[in-house]
Design a protein around this ligand. Structure first.
Ligand code: KE4
Length: 427
């Protein structure tokens, strides 16, 4: 089934660490050979052995209209013919900025970069520069890209200050990062007791990097109140949830408004784009208007902007699409839950707009501790069996899944049949 991928992986391992350009792609937590992809088409991936997969990953979120979507490809090709990059302002950046600013009432101004990591790293520097404070608060289980001060894991015991979660990150780079527990306001209060120098609290308002775990509304309201009380900024990292949970991301589903928001994935339509935006008084501190430095050769790249513009404009024209995608996501996880119950497999499921998640876990998952109690061994077996059956789920229990526009009810039904067949085969 994967003969050519097996050979390709062996070859890649000679030149690229782990054979991949991003760790999760190596299938380490699920085992087996990662299929090398030849092409995508609508809801399908095709690997170099010619196997077809129903794709629930969609490049980790960006492809809400599916693979090689004609409108996006046309927008990219038309712009590319005019040149790939200028390192100078173009109308396209202003147009995409306007589309997003008009949609998100919490975003007065926005700057484009080339990845979610860059967007978050820049937003944090801006929060520190704006407040004159050094400390930041993040949550266990939330991922905000791989900049040093965010690669932290829980310190010992009740310590709120993080320690590096990766070699190569000096202790000094994480001593300003405090860690709290998702959906646990008391743990955030402890951070504000431990430091009077907190510049910002950053959160995935709908977490997609510990599996899909939405923040409770009252928890977000509590965060907002604590930040106001202590003069800290609240940053919503919507790199994943933006344009996925609703047309207005998580902000379309909560009454809480952040001071800054980070974006990525969908706003690039599959091309490298990240962005950070927020209140005008904060964004005016950004160079060259203000003193906080941030820059990028390919920031606002015109071809990437053309892709993002095409996608965002289509989504704004058809907001009903989110109801359709959510209904399909609910159909998938609802059917999955019925099958799991019938076969005595503990399963928790969750949906937010076009995002879905499932945990092989007998108990509800409200934070990363809960998520880590899931049956990772069972997940690995399940994932492998679904790959064998031509269904491409995220290759980690700690990821979210996505529904794209061309992934219709017929394919959901086909997936459910394959899920039942796989579960019957897992001893
Ligand atoms: P990138 O630098 O990978 O574009 O974005 C980082 C990032 C920031 N914030 C959130 C909420 C994110 O989900 C991400 C990246 N998401 C992962 C998927 N869980 C990207 C996949 C990967 O690392 O290969």
């Amino acid at each position: 089934m994967l003969e050519k991928s097996k050979k390709a992986y062996k070859e890649a391992l000679k030149y690229i660490p782990g054979g991949v350009d991003s760790p999760v792609r190596a299938f380490k937590s699920v085992g087996g050979i990662p299929p090398f992809i030849d092409r995508g088409e609508g809801p399908f991936l095709y690997d170099i052995d010619g196997n077809r997969y129903i794709d629930y990953v969609q490049s980790w979120g960006p492809l809400i209209f599916g693979h090689a979507d004609p409108d996006t490809i046309e927008a990219v090709c038309e712009q590319a013919k005019k040149g790939l990059s200028f390192g100078a302002p173009t109308l396209l950046e202003t147009e995409l900025a306007k589309e997003i600013v008009d949609l998100f009432e919490s975003v007065d101004k926005i700057r484009f970069v080339s990845s979610g990591t860059e967007a978050v790293m820049s937003a944090i520097r801006l929060a520190r520069g704006f407040t004159g404070r050094d400390d930041i608060v993040k949550f266990e289980g939330c991922y905000h890209g791989h900049s040093d001060s965010l690669l932290v894991s829980a310190g010992s015991g009740a310590a709120t200050f993080g320690t590096p979660s990766s070699p190569g990150v000096p202790e000094d780079f994480t001593k300003h990062t405090l860690l709290a527990r998702y959906n646990d306001l008391e743990s955030v209060r402890r951070c504000f007791e431990a430091s009077d120098d907190i510049a910002c609290v950053i959160i995935e308002p709908i977490a997609g990097n510990m599996g899909l775990v939405p923040a409770d509304e009252e928890f977000l309201q509590g965060l907002r109140a604590l930040c106001d009380e202590h003069g800290a900024l609240l940053i919503f990292d919507e790199v994943m949830s933006g344009f996925r949970a609703s047309l207005k991301g998580a902000q379309g589903l909560t009454s809480v408004r952040p001071d800054m928001t980070t974006f990525g994935k969908v706003i690039g339509g599959g091309m490298p784009v990240g962005a950070f935006g927020g209140r005008a008084d904060i964004m005016s501190h950004l160079s060259p208007e203000g003193p906080v430095y941030q820059a990028g050769t390919l920031s606002g790249n015109p071809v990437a902007m053309a892709a993002g513009l095409s996608v965002v404009r289509r989504l704004k024209k058809d907001p009903k699409l989110y109801d359709i995608l959510e209904a399909r996501a609910k159909g998938l996880v609802g059917g999955f839950k019925k099958i799991a119950d019938a076969h005595g497999v503990p399963l928790q499921v969750e949906v937010r707009g076009s995002m879905f998640g499932f945990f092989f876990n007998p108990n509800p998952v409200k934070n990363f501790d809960d998520a880590q109690k899931s049956d990772l061994e069972y997940f690995a077996k399940f994932h492998q069996k679904m790959i064998e059956r031509g269904v491409y789920f995220a290759c980690s229990q700690f990821e979210a899944g996505f529904i794209c526009e061309p992934l219709d009810d017929k394919l959901i039904d086909e997936t459910l049949e394959k899920i039942e067949d796989a579960i019957k085969k897992i001893l």
